[in-house]
Design a protein around this ligand. Structure first.
Ligand code: HEM
Length: 508
Protein backbone atom coordinates (compact mmCIF):
# COMPACT_ATOMS: atom_id res chain seq x y z
CA UNK A 1 0.00 0.00 0.00
CA UNK A 2 2.98 2.27 0.50
CA UNK A 3 3.76 1.88 -3.22
CA UNK A 4 2.00 3.95 -5.92
CA UNK A 5 -0.11 7.00 -5.27
CA UNK A 6 -2.36 7.19 -2.22
CA UNK A 7 -5.72 5.66 -3.05
CA UNK A 8 -4.57 3.61 -6.09
CA UNK A 9 -4.94 0.24 -4.40
CA UNK A 10 -8.26 1.14 -2.74
CA UNK A 11 -9.62 2.12 -6.15
CA UNK A 12 -8.42 -1.18 -7.62
CA UNK A 13 -10.16 -3.18 -4.87
CA UNK A 14 -13.35 -1.13 -5.21
CA UNK A 15 -13.48 -1.66 -8.97
CA UNK A 16 -13.03 -5.38 -8.39
CA UNK A 17 -15.23 -5.97 -5.32
CA UNK A 18 -17.61 -2.97 -5.01
CA UNK A 19 -18.31 -0.30 -2.39
CA UNK A 20 -17.43 -2.32 0.73
CA UNK A 21 -14.15 -4.22 0.96
CA UNK A 22 -12.60 -5.94 3.98
CA UNK A 23 -8.82 -6.14 4.17
CA UNK A 24 -6.16 -6.65 6.80
CA UNK A 25 -3.94 -3.80 7.94
CA UNK A 26 -0.28 -3.89 8.99
CA UNK A 27 -1.01 -5.28 12.43
CA UNK A 28 -3.32 -7.92 10.95
CA UNK A 29 -6.43 -6.14 12.11
CA UNK A 30 -9.49 -6.15 9.88
CA UNK A 31 -10.54 -2.93 8.16
CA UNK A 32 -13.70 -2.17 6.26
CA UNK A 33 -13.13 0.17 3.33
CA UNK A 34 -16.36 1.90 2.28
CA UNK A 35 -17.24 3.95 -0.78
CA UNK A 36 -20.88 2.88 -1.24
CA UNK A 37 -23.03 6.07 -1.02
CA UNK A 38 -25.63 4.61 1.35
CA UNK A 39 -22.99 3.10 3.62
CA UNK A 40 -21.15 6.42 3.66
CA UNK A 41 -24.24 8.40 4.59
CA UNK A 42 -25.16 5.84 7.25
CA UNK A 43 -21.75 6.09 8.92
CA UNK A 44 -21.19 9.83 8.44
CA UNK A 45 -24.70 11.23 8.78
CA UNK A 46 -27.38 8.93 10.13
CA UNK A 47 -25.24 7.24 12.81
CA UNK A 48 -22.39 9.75 12.96
CA UNK A 49 -21.78 9.56 16.72
CA UNK A 50 -22.01 5.74 16.71
CA UNK A 51 -18.96 5.75 14.41
CA UNK A 52 -16.40 7.96 16.16
CA UNK A 53 -12.80 8.48 15.16
CA UNK A 54 -10.58 5.71 16.55
CA UNK A 55 -9.59 6.61 20.10
CA UNK A 56 -5.85 6.38 19.36
CA UNK A 57 -6.11 8.76 16.42
CA UNK A 58 -8.20 11.14 18.53
CA UNK A 59 -5.75 11.29 21.38
CA UNK A 60 -2.82 11.71 18.96
CA UNK A 61 -4.65 14.58 17.26
CA UNK A 62 -5.57 16.22 20.53
CA UNK A 63 -1.89 16.12 21.56
CA UNK A 64 -1.28 18.25 18.50
CA UNK A 65 -4.43 20.38 18.39
CA UNK A 66 -5.91 20.44 21.86
CA UNK A 67 -9.63 19.85 22.39
CA UNK A 68 -11.30 21.32 19.31
CA UNK A 69 -14.12 20.09 17.06
CA UNK A 70 -11.80 17.85 15.08
CA UNK A 71 -10.94 15.67 18.07
CA UNK A 72 -14.02 15.67 20.33
CA UNK A 73 -16.94 13.24 20.05
CA UNK A 74 -20.59 12.88 21.04
CA UNK A 75 -22.20 15.55 23.21
CA UNK A 76 -18.96 17.51 23.62
CA UNK A 77 -18.61 17.71 19.84
CA UNK A 78 -22.27 18.77 19.41
CA UNK A 79 -21.82 21.48 22.04
CA UNK A 80 -18.62 22.78 20.43
CA UNK A 81 -20.08 22.78 16.88
CA UNK A 82 -23.03 24.86 18.12
CA UNK A 83 -20.60 27.59 19.19
CA UNK A 84 -18.27 27.29 16.19
CA UNK A 85 -20.91 27.01 13.41
CA UNK A 86 -22.04 30.70 13.49
CA UNK A 87 -18.46 31.72 12.65
CA UNK A 88 -18.83 30.08 9.25
CA UNK A 89 -22.26 31.25 8.08
CA UNK A 90 -22.62 32.87 4.67
CA UNK A 91 -22.80 36.33 6.20
CA UNK A 92 -19.61 35.71 8.20
CA UNK A 93 -17.80 34.52 5.07
CA UNK A 94 -18.97 37.65 3.25
CA UNK A 95 -17.12 39.63 5.94
CA UNK A 96 -13.96 37.58 5.39
CA UNK A 97 -13.96 38.06 1.61
CA UNK A 98 -12.09 41.44 1.55
CA UNK A 99 -9.33 39.76 3.59
CA UNK A 100 -9.14 36.93 1.01
CA UNK A 101 -8.82 39.47 -1.82
CA UNK A 102 -6.19 41.41 0.10
CA UNK A 103 -4.06 38.30 0.64
CA UNK A 104 -4.44 37.02 -2.92
CA UNK A 105 -0.97 37.27 -4.41
CA UNK A 106 -1.56 39.89 -7.12
CA UNK A 107 -0.06 42.68 -5.06
CA UNK A 108 2.99 40.57 -4.45
CA UNK A 109 3.82 39.59 -7.98
CA UNK A 110 7.54 40.50 -7.86
CA UNK A 111 8.06 38.30 -4.81
CA UNK A 112 5.79 35.62 -6.15
CA UNK A 113 7.62 35.07 -9.34
CA UNK A 114 11.24 34.49 -10.39
CA UNK A 115 11.99 32.98 -7.05
CA UNK A 116 12.13 29.22 -7.08
CA UNK A 117 14.01 28.31 -10.24
CA UNK A 118 14.62 24.59 -9.98
CA UNK A 119 16.72 23.79 -13.02
CA UNK A 120 18.24 26.22 -15.48
CA UNK A 121 18.01 23.76 -18.41
CA UNK A 122 14.34 23.23 -17.82
CA UNK A 123 13.81 26.98 -17.63
CA UNK A 124 15.60 27.44 -20.93
CA UNK A 125 13.50 24.73 -22.55
CA UNK A 126 10.29 26.24 -21.26
CA UNK A 127 11.40 29.78 -22.07
CA UNK A 128 11.77 28.72 -25.68
CA UNK A 129 8.40 27.03 -25.63
CA UNK A 130 6.72 30.01 -24.01
CA UNK A 131 8.19 32.54 -26.44
CA UNK A 132 5.89 31.06 -29.02
CA UNK A 133 3.01 32.24 -26.89
CA UNK A 134 1.89 35.88 -27.50
CA UNK A 135 1.21 36.46 -23.85
CA UNK A 136 4.60 35.32 -22.66
CA UNK A 137 6.81 37.93 -21.07
CA UNK A 138 9.10 36.46 -18.44
CA UNK A 139 8.29 32.83 -17.68
CA UNK A 140 9.79 31.18 -14.64
CA UNK A 141 9.53 27.82 -13.04
CA UNK A 142 7.87 28.36 -9.71
CA UNK A 143 7.03 25.86 -6.99
CA UNK A 144 3.41 26.94 -6.67
CA UNK A 145 2.81 24.70 -3.64
CA UNK A 146 5.30 26.72 -1.67
CA UNK A 147 3.48 29.96 -2.45
CA UNK A 148 -0.10 28.80 -2.05
CA UNK A 149 0.90 27.40 1.32
CA UNK A 150 2.28 30.75 2.46
CA UNK A 151 -0.80 32.56 1.16
CA UNK A 152 -3.34 30.38 2.96
CA UNK A 153 -1.31 30.47 6.17
CA UNK A 154 -1.41 34.28 6.07
CA UNK A 155 -5.17 34.17 5.42
CA UNK A 156 -5.94 31.81 8.28
CA UNK A 157 -3.67 33.66 10.74
CA UNK A 158 -5.44 36.93 10.09
CA UNK A 159 -8.98 35.56 9.88
CA UNK A 160 -8.60 33.33 12.95
CA UNK A 161 -7.20 35.89 15.36
CA UNK A 162 -6.10 38.99 13.42
CA UNK A 163 -2.51 37.81 13.53
CA UNK A 164 -0.38 39.05 10.63
CA UNK A 165 2.08 36.30 9.75
CA UNK A 166 3.15 37.97 6.49
CA UNK A 167 4.83 34.77 5.40
CA UNK A 168 4.39 35.74 1.73
CA UNK A 169 6.80 38.62 2.26
CA UNK A 170 8.89 37.35 5.13
CA UNK A 171 9.26 33.71 4.09
CA UNK A 172 8.21 30.72 6.08
CA UNK A 173 10.79 31.31 8.78
CA UNK A 174 9.84 34.94 9.34
CA UNK A 175 7.33 34.15 12.05
CA UNK A 176 7.23 31.64 14.86
CA UNK A 177 3.94 30.02 13.74
CA UNK A 178 4.90 29.87 10.06
CA UNK A 179 8.32 28.49 10.97
CA UNK A 180 6.96 25.72 13.17
CA UNK A 181 4.29 24.68 10.62
CA UNK A 182 6.84 24.63 7.83
CA UNK A 183 9.22 22.45 9.84
CA UNK A 184 6.44 20.06 10.75
CA UNK A 185 5.11 19.68 7.19
CA UNK A 186 8.64 19.22 5.79
CA UNK A 187 9.18 16.57 8.43
CA UNK A 188 5.94 14.71 7.62
CA UNK A 189 7.32 14.16 4.12
CA UNK A 190 10.46 12.51 5.53
CA UNK A 191 9.25 10.46 8.48
CA UNK A 192 11.53 7.80 9.95
CA UNK A 193 10.36 4.20 10.12
CA UNK A 194 9.54 4.54 13.81
CA UNK A 195 7.53 7.69 13.20
CA UNK A 196 5.59 6.07 10.37
CA UNK A 197 4.81 3.09 12.56
CA UNK A 198 3.80 5.43 15.33
CA UNK A 199 1.36 7.36 13.11
CA UNK A 200 0.04 4.14 11.63
CA UNK A 201 -0.63 2.48 14.96
CA UNK A 202 -2.12 5.63 16.42
CA UNK A 203 -5.41 4.47 14.96
CA UNK A 204 -5.45 1.56 17.35
CA UNK A 205 -5.65 2.19 21.05
CA UNK A 206 -3.76 -1.00 21.98
CA UNK A 207 -0.63 0.73 20.68
CA UNK A 208 -0.99 3.65 23.07
CA UNK A 209 2.42 2.79 24.51
CA UNK A 210 4.47 3.87 21.51
CA UNK A 211 2.64 7.15 20.94
CA UNK A 212 4.27 9.45 23.50
CA UNK A 213 7.82 8.70 22.27
CA UNK A 214 9.73 11.98 21.92
CA UNK A 215 10.44 11.54 18.20
CA UNK A 216 11.38 14.64 16.22
CA UNK A 217 7.97 14.59 14.55
CA UNK A 218 6.20 14.67 17.89
CA UNK A 219 8.47 17.48 19.05
CA UNK A 220 7.75 19.48 15.89
CA UNK A 221 4.02 18.86 16.14
CA UNK A 222 4.12 20.04 19.75
CA UNK A 223 6.11 23.14 18.73
CA UNK A 224 3.27 24.06 16.33
CA UNK A 225 0.68 23.82 19.06
CA UNK A 226 2.86 25.81 21.47
CA UNK A 227 3.48 28.55 18.87
CA UNK A 228 -0.23 28.98 18.08
CA UNK A 229 -1.16 28.76 21.74
CA UNK A 230 1.27 31.42 22.90
CA UNK A 231 0.11 33.88 20.21
CA UNK A 232 -3.56 33.10 20.85
CA UNK A 233 -3.11 33.53 24.62
CA UNK A 234 -1.70 37.00 24.03
CA UNK A 235 -4.61 37.84 21.72
CA UNK A 236 -7.09 36.67 24.36
CA UNK A 237 -5.34 38.74 27.04
CA UNK A 238 -5.44 41.87 24.84
CA UNK A 239 -9.17 41.38 24.36
CA UNK A 240 -9.79 40.90 28.06
CA UNK A 241 -7.83 44.04 28.81
CA UNK A 242 -9.55 46.01 26.02
CA UNK A 243 -6.26 46.70 24.22
CA UNK A 244 -7.04 44.67 21.06
CA UNK A 245 -7.12 46.71 17.83
CA UNK A 246 -10.57 47.34 16.23
CA UNK A 247 -9.98 44.97 13.26
CA UNK A 248 -10.23 42.02 15.68
CA UNK A 249 -13.97 42.59 15.92
CA UNK A 250 -14.80 40.27 13.06
CA UNK A 251 -12.17 37.57 13.42
CA UNK A 252 -12.91 33.94 14.30
CA UNK A 253 -11.72 34.29 17.88
CA UNK A 254 -14.04 37.23 18.51
CA UNK A 255 -16.98 35.45 16.85
CA UNK A 256 -16.39 32.31 18.92
CA UNK A 257 -16.13 34.40 22.10
CA UNK A 258 -19.37 36.22 21.25
CA UNK A 259 -21.25 33.02 20.35
CA UNK A 260 -20.01 31.48 23.59
CA UNK A 261 -21.31 34.37 25.68
CA UNK A 262 -24.64 34.63 23.89
CA UNK A 263 -27.54 34.64 26.33
CA UNK A 264 -29.18 31.75 24.45
CA UNK A 265 -26.27 29.45 25.43
CA UNK A 266 -26.65 27.85 28.87
CA UNK A 267 -23.71 28.23 31.23
CA UNK A 268 -23.15 24.45 31.18
CA UNK A 269 -22.95 24.48 27.36
CA UNK A 270 -20.25 27.14 27.09
CA UNK A 271 -16.70 26.44 25.94
CA UNK A 272 -13.99 26.40 28.59
CA UNK A 273 -10.89 28.55 27.87
CA UNK A 274 -8.84 25.49 26.82
CA UNK A 275 -11.61 24.54 24.36
CA UNK A 276 -11.53 28.02 22.80
CA UNK A 277 -7.79 27.59 22.35
CA UNK A 278 -8.42 24.13 20.86
CA UNK A 279 -10.71 25.62 18.20
CA UNK A 280 -8.03 28.08 17.14
CA UNK A 281 -5.23 25.54 16.79
CA UNK A 282 -7.65 23.21 14.98
CA UNK A 283 -8.77 25.87 12.52
CA UNK A 284 -5.21 26.86 11.74
CA UNK A 285 -4.18 23.31 10.93
CA UNK A 286 -7.45 22.28 9.22
CA UNK A 287 -7.81 25.52 7.28
CA UNK A 288 -4.32 26.03 5.96
CA UNK A 289 -2.79 23.04 4.17
CA UNK A 290 -6.15 21.80 2.85
CA UNK A 291 -6.90 24.95 0.87
CA UNK A 292 -3.32 25.44 -0.31
CA UNK A 293 -3.22 21.83 -1.54
CA UNK A 294 -6.47 22.33 -3.47
CA UNK A 295 -5.08 25.54 -5.01
CA UNK A 296 -1.90 23.76 -6.02
CA UNK A 297 -3.78 20.92 -7.71
CA UNK A 298 -6.08 23.31 -9.58
CA UNK A 299 -3.11 25.26 -10.96
CA UNK A 300 -1.60 21.97 -12.09
CA UNK A 301 -4.86 20.83 -13.72
CA UNK A 302 -5.32 24.18 -15.46
CA UNK A 303 -1.72 24.11 -16.65
CA UNK A 304 -2.39 20.68 -18.16
CA UNK A 305 -5.66 21.91 -19.74
CA UNK A 306 -4.78 25.30 -21.31
CA UNK A 307 -8.10 25.81 -23.09
CA UNK A 308 -10.02 25.40 -19.81
CA UNK A 309 -7.55 27.76 -18.16
CA UNK A 310 -8.18 30.31 -20.90
CA UNK A 311 -11.99 30.04 -20.63
CA UNK A 312 -12.09 30.44 -16.87
CA UNK A 313 -9.63 33.35 -17.06
CA UNK A 314 -11.85 35.04 -19.68
CA UNK A 315 -14.88 34.60 -17.43
CA UNK A 316 -13.05 36.14 -14.46
CA UNK A 317 -11.59 39.06 -16.44
CA UNK A 318 -14.99 39.89 -17.94
CA UNK A 319 -16.66 39.88 -14.52
CA UNK A 320 -13.89 42.10 -13.13
CA UNK A 321 -14.22 44.46 -16.08
CA UNK A 322 -17.97 44.87 -15.60
CA UNK A 323 -17.32 45.52 -11.94
CA UNK A 324 -14.74 48.21 -12.73
CA UNK A 325 -17.09 49.86 -15.24
CA UNK A 326 -19.67 50.07 -12.48
CA UNK A 327 -17.05 51.71 -10.26
CA UNK A 328 -16.89 48.76 -7.86
CA UNK A 329 -13.80 47.15 -6.36
CA UNK A 330 -13.40 43.40 -6.02
CA UNK A 331 -16.17 40.95 -6.89
CA UNK A 332 -18.73 40.46 -4.13
CA UNK A 333 -19.48 37.09 -2.51
CA UNK A 334 -22.52 36.61 -4.77
CA UNK A 335 -20.64 37.69 -7.93
CA UNK A 336 -17.73 35.37 -7.18
CA UNK A 337 -19.96 32.34 -6.58
CA UNK A 338 -22.09 33.11 -9.65
CA UNK A 339 -19.25 32.45 -12.13
CA UNK A 340 -20.22 29.12 -13.73
CA UNK A 341 -16.83 28.07 -15.15
CA UNK A 342 -15.04 28.93 -11.93
CA UNK A 343 -17.64 26.94 -10.06
CA UNK A 344 -17.26 23.89 -12.28
CA UNK A 345 -13.46 24.04 -12.08
CA UNK A 346 -13.64 24.30 -8.29
CA UNK A 347 -16.05 21.36 -7.96
CA UNK A 348 -14.01 19.28 -10.35
CA UNK A 349 -10.63 19.74 -8.68
CA UNK A 350 -12.11 19.09 -5.23
CA UNK A 351 -13.60 15.86 -6.65
CA UNK A 352 -10.53 14.67 -8.53
CA UNK A 353 -7.81 15.84 -6.15
CA UNK A 354 -9.42 15.93 -2.70
CA UNK A 355 -6.88 17.31 -0.21
CA UNK A 356 -8.09 14.85 2.45
CA UNK A 357 -8.19 11.48 0.72
CA UNK A 358 -9.69 9.36 3.53
CA UNK A 359 -10.66 9.38 7.18
CA UNK A 360 -10.94 6.66 9.82
CA UNK A 361 -13.88 5.66 11.97
CA UNK A 362 -14.56 2.87 14.44
CA UNK A 363 -17.88 1.17 15.32
CA UNK A 364 -18.78 2.15 18.91
CA UNK A 365 -21.23 -0.78 19.08
CA UNK A 366 -22.42 -3.71 16.97
CA UNK A 367 -24.28 -2.36 13.97
CA UNK A 368 -25.44 -3.16 10.44
CA UNK A 369 -24.30 -0.88 7.61
CA UNK A 370 -26.69 -0.85 4.63
CA UNK A 371 -25.45 -0.73 1.03
CA UNK A 372 -27.07 1.05 -1.91
CA UNK A 373 -25.33 -1.18 -4.41
CA UNK A 374 -25.19 -4.84 -3.28
CA UNK A 375 -21.87 -6.64 -3.66
CA UNK A 376 -20.93 -10.29 -4.20
CA UNK A 377 -19.57 -12.26 -1.24
CA UNK A 378 -16.75 -14.80 -1.18
CA UNK A 379 -19.14 -17.58 -2.24
CA UNK A 380 -20.99 -15.56 -4.86
CA UNK A 381 -23.86 -14.62 -2.48
CA UNK A 382 -25.46 -11.16 -2.73
CA UNK A 383 -24.68 -8.87 0.20
CA UNK A 384 -26.79 -5.75 0.72
CA UNK A 385 -25.74 -4.93 4.29
CA UNK A 386 -22.58 -5.38 6.34
CA UNK A 387 -22.85 -6.42 9.99
CA UNK A 388 -20.03 -4.87 12.04
CA UNK A 389 -18.83 -5.63 15.56
CA UNK A 390 -17.99 -3.02 18.16
CA UNK A 391 -14.44 -1.81 17.51
CA UNK A 392 -14.51 -2.54 13.74
CA UNK A 393 -12.09 -0.19 11.96
CA UNK A 394 -13.72 1.65 9.05
CA UNK A 395 -11.93 3.56 6.31
CA UNK A 396 -14.13 6.24 4.73
CA UNK A 397 -12.47 6.57 1.36
CA UNK A 398 -13.19 10.03 -0.01
CA UNK A 399 -10.89 9.80 -3.05
CA UNK A 400 -12.31 6.43 -4.09
CA UNK A 401 -15.94 7.56 -3.84
CA UNK A 402 -15.09 10.69 -5.84
CA UNK A 403 -13.57 8.67 -8.72
CA UNK A 404 -15.75 5.58 -8.94
CA UNK A 405 -16.30 4.96 -12.65
CA UNK A 406 -19.50 2.99 -12.04
CA UNK A 407 -21.00 6.13 -10.46
CA UNK A 408 -19.31 9.07 -12.22
CA UNK A 409 -18.85 7.49 -15.65
CA UNK A 410 -15.89 6.02 -17.55
CA UNK A 411 -14.01 9.37 -17.57
CA UNK A 412 -14.14 9.66 -13.75
CA UNK A 413 -10.36 9.91 -13.46
CA UNK A 414 -10.12 12.80 -15.92
CA UNK A 415 -10.31 16.54 -15.20
CA UNK A 416 -13.53 17.53 -16.94
CA UNK A 417 -15.18 20.53 -15.24
CA UNK A 418 -18.15 20.52 -17.62
CA UNK A 419 -19.35 17.21 -16.11
CA UNK A 420 -20.90 19.42 -13.38
CA UNK A 421 -23.40 20.74 -15.98
CA UNK A 422 -24.90 17.30 -16.32
CA UNK A 423 -24.09 14.90 -13.50
CA UNK A 424 -24.93 11.20 -13.88
CA UNK A 425 -28.20 10.07 -12.28
CA UNK A 426 -26.35 7.75 -9.88
CA UNK A 427 -24.49 10.77 -8.48
CA UNK A 428 -27.59 12.98 -8.33
CA UNK A 429 -29.35 10.22 -6.39
CA UNK A 430 -26.41 9.34 -4.12
CA UNK A 431 -27.64 11.42 -1.17
CA UNK A 432 -24.11 12.84 -0.68
CA UNK A 433 -24.51 16.61 -0.14
CA UNK A 434 -22.69 18.59 -2.84
CA UNK A 435 -22.23 15.24 -4.68
CA UNK A 436 -18.51 14.80 -4.03
CA UNK A 437 -17.29 13.73 -0.60
CA UNK A 438 -14.32 16.08 -0.35
CA UNK A 439 -15.72 18.04 2.60
CA UNK A 440 -17.24 14.88 4.09
CA UNK A 441 -20.92 14.85 5.14
CA UNK A 442 -23.12 14.86 8.22
CA UNK A 443 -22.67 16.53 11.61
CA UNK A 444 -18.87 16.19 11.33
CA UNK A 445 -18.54 17.63 7.86
CA UNK A 446 -15.98 20.36 7.22
CA UNK A 447 -17.12 23.37 9.21
CA UNK A 448 -14.92 25.60 7.04
CA UNK A 449 -16.36 24.50 3.67
CA UNK A 450 -17.86 27.87 2.65
CA UNK A 451 -14.79 29.66 3.98
CA UNK A 452 -12.51 27.35 1.97
CA UNK A 453 -14.49 27.59 -1.27
CA UNK A 454 -14.68 31.38 -1.11
CA UNK A 455 -11.00 31.76 -0.26
CA UNK A 456 -10.08 29.26 -2.98
CA UNK A 457 -12.08 31.11 -5.64
CA UNK A 458 -10.77 34.55 -4.65
CA UNK A 459 -7.12 33.45 -4.72
CA UNK A 460 -7.53 31.44 -7.92
CA UNK A 461 -9.29 34.35 -9.67
CA UNK A 462 -6.47 36.69 -8.76
CA UNK A 463 -3.80 34.25 -9.87
CA UNK A 464 -5.51 33.58 -13.21
CA UNK A 465 -6.06 37.28 -13.84
CA UNK A 466 -2.38 37.96 -13.14
CA UNK A 467 -0.43 34.95 -14.45
CA UNK A 468 -0.65 32.14 -16.93
CA UNK A 469 0.35 28.63 -15.89
CA UNK A 470 1.96 26.02 -18.13
CA UNK A 471 2.93 22.42 -17.38
CA UNK A 472 6.16 21.50 -15.68
CA UNK A 473 9.10 20.33 -17.83
CA UNK A 474 8.30 17.46 -20.17
CA UNK A 475 10.33 14.96 -18.18
CA UNK A 476 8.42 15.78 -15.01
CA UNK A 477 5.97 13.13 -13.77
CA UNK A 478 3.70 14.29 -11.00
CA UNK A 479 2.80 11.82 -8.25
CA UNK A 480 0.99 12.43 -5.01
CA UNK A 481 1.99 11.78 -1.44
CA UNK A 482 0.01 11.81 1.74
CA UNK A 483 1.52 14.29 4.20
CA UNK A 484 -1.61 14.74 6.32
CA UNK A 485 -3.10 16.16 3.09
CA UNK A 486 -2.46 14.71 -0.39
CA UNK A 487 0.23 16.87 -1.93
CA UNK A 488 2.02 16.61 -5.29
CA UNK A 489 5.62 15.52 -5.63
CA UNK A 490 7.90 14.91 -8.57
CA UNK A 491 8.95 11.42 -9.59
CA UNK A 492 12.70 11.04 -9.26
CA UNK A 493 12.87 14.07 -6.95
CA UNK A 494 11.19 12.48 -3.93
CA UNK A 495 14.02 13.55 -1.64
CA UNK A 496 13.08 17.19 -2.28
CA UNK A 497 9.74 16.59 -0.59
CA UNK A 498 6.40 17.71 -1.94
CA UNK A 499 6.35 20.44 -4.58
CA UNK A 500 4.59 21.56 -7.75
CA UNK A 501 6.91 23.29 -10.21
CA UNK A 502 4.94 25.07 -12.93
CA UNK A 503 5.94 27.48 -15.62
CA UNK A 504 4.45 30.82 -14.59
CA UNK A 505 4.25 33.87 -16.84
CA UNK A 506 2.99 37.30 -15.77
CA UNK A 507 0.18 38.47 -18.06
CA UNK A 508 0.56 41.80 -19.78
C1 HEM B 1 -10.23 22.77 0.34
C2 HEM B 1 -10.22 22.95 1.62
C3 HEM B 1 -10.73 21.97 2.65
C4 HEM B 1 -11.05 20.64 2.54
C5 HEM B 1 -11.00 19.77 1.31
C6 HEM B 1 -11.48 20.20 3.86
C7 HEM B 1 -11.90 18.91 4.13
C8 HEM B 1 -12.29 18.48 5.38
C9 HEM B 1 -12.63 17.13 5.71
C10 HEM B 1 -12.63 15.94 4.74
C11 HEM B 1 -12.95 17.08 7.03
C12 HEM B 1 -13.34 15.86 7.85
C13 HEM B 1 -12.12 15.30 8.53
C14 HEM B 1 -12.40 14.06 9.36
O1 HEM B 1 -13.48 13.91 9.94
O2 HEM B 1 -11.49 13.24 9.43
C15 HEM B 1 -12.80 18.43 7.54
C16 HEM B 1 -13.05 18.79 8.83
C17 HEM B 1 -12.84 20.05 9.32
N1 HEM B 1 -12.44 21.16 8.61
FE1 HEM B 1 -12.06 21.24 6.65
N2 HEM B 1 -11.41 21.26 4.71
C18 HEM B 1 -10.97 22.36 4.03
C19 HEM B 1 -10.78 23.63 4.53
C20 HEM B 1 -11.09 24.02 5.80
C21 HEM B 1 -10.99 25.37 6.29
C22 HEM B 1 -10.58 26.59 5.47
C23 HEM B 1 -11.32 25.33 7.62
C24 HEM B 1 -11.39 26.45 8.61
C25 HEM B 1 -11.24 27.72 8.37
C26 HEM B 1 -11.63 23.96 7.95
C27 HEM B 1 -11.99 23.51 9.19
C28 HEM B 1 -12.35 22.21 9.48
C29 HEM B 1 -12.70 21.76 10.82
C30 HEM B 1 -12.71 22.60 12.08
C31 HEM B 1 -13.02 20.41 10.71
C32 HEM B 1 -13.49 19.46 11.82
C33 HEM B 1 -15.01 19.40 11.78
C34 HEM B 1 -15.61 18.46 12.79
O3 HEM B 1 -15.12 17.34 12.99
O4 HEM B 1 -16.63 18.85 13.38
N3 HEM B 1 -11.48 23.19 6.82
N4 HEM B 1 -12.40 19.26 6.51
Amino acid sequence: MQKGNPGDIQMEWTEKYGGAVVYRGLAGNERLLISDPRALMYVLHQRCYAFPKPSGARSALSNLLGEGVLTTEGDVHKRQRKIVNPTFTQSAIRDFLPLFWRHSPHELSPAYINDETINQNDVKLLDDKMKMNDQATVPSIVDVLHWTSRTTLDVIGESAFSYKLNSLQRGENGDVIADSFNKMMTHVGQLTLLERAQLHFEQFSIFDGIRPLPTSFNKRARACYDAVESVAQKMLKDRREGTAPPETEKDVLERVLRANEDSSVKQSQRLMPHEIMGQLTTLILAGHETTSTALTWVLYQLAMHPSIQESVRKEILEAQQINEQEGKDDLSYEELHALPMLNNVTNEVMRLNPPVHSTNREAAEDDIIPLKYPIKGEHGQTIDQIPVRKGQAIIVHIATYNRRKDLWGPDADQFRPDRWENLPLKILQSGVPGHSLSFLAGPRNCVGQKFALTEFKAILSTLLATFSFAPPPETTKVDSKQVIVTRPRIRGMESQGTQMPLCVTPLQ
